[in-house]
Design a protein around this ligand. Sequence first.
Ligand SMILES: Cc1cc2nc3c(=O)[nH]c(=O)nc-3n(C[C@H](O)[C@H](O)[C@H](O)COP(=O)(O)O)c2cc1C
Length: 256
Amino acid sequence: MNQVMEVLMKRKSVRAYEEREISAEVRAEILKATLRAPTAGNLMLYSILDITDQKLKDKLAVTCDHQPFIARAPMVWVFLADYQRWYDYFLASDVEGLCSRRGLTLEKPSESDLFLACCDALIAAQNAVIAAESLGLGSCYIGDIMEQYETHRELLNLPPYVFPIGMLVFGYPTQQQKDREMTTRFDEKFIVFKDCYRRLDKEEFDEMFGKRKLPKGKGMEDVTNFGQVMYLNKFGADFSIEMRRSVREMLKAWRK
Ligand SMILES: Cc1cc2nc3c(=O)[nH]c(=O)nc-3n(C[C@H](O)[C@H](O)[C@H](O)COP(=O)(O)O)c2cc1C
């Protein structure tokens, strides 16, 4: 395995950190790699917030579904899907005047632009993950930054065409985190198809999830399979319901 493959294959999410600062040089290296990520049309449809204020970290640890390790991470970056910068530039460039001379209506950022900006932001984020890993740091995505749209808009001063699509927390992993087992992945036959998409049948699902243990305990008495566990813990959980509400609110502002 070459070194890049080794970094990719050994990475795991890290949620506990040594009390060790990340030097300015290391931060700069990670940022350099982040900004070299591929970007749609070379537009760089994203911005990054480097969260340095401890009080703000503390708040995000609460608003992002109560995950205290966020507050303890020495480096916290919020990745924003950002069409505001381009739209403001168009306005500053009198694109409105150009459009009216040509009998065109000025196009506003739409859902497709949001999707593209989200792609850009997350692709850049993944460069940061890999760069950090290669420098001995661990990281963890925080998807819950998509929740609490109104609160995050206020806290982070976000205009309408900016949405926090992901947050990354970084730090040097503790020994326990280094020793922790890696997570498993589904067999590729359930994930990769030739040419056309294919829906899986019951038998395949049984094979896919068969080895997973059912949790026992309170609230799980009537649960009979892993699909039910995952529905309760993820898709139907409070954080997912809040994320749906929050993204719907954001879309209203984006579409206005
Ligand atoms: C989009 C996205 C959102 C995530 N959000 C969270 C999160 O809010 N909290 C957390 O602890 N882990 C989060 N994770 C990390 C996943 O739980 C982790 O990647 C997954 O369990 C696989 O483990 P591994 O990264 O160690 O291989 C997120 C990962 C992704 C890609």
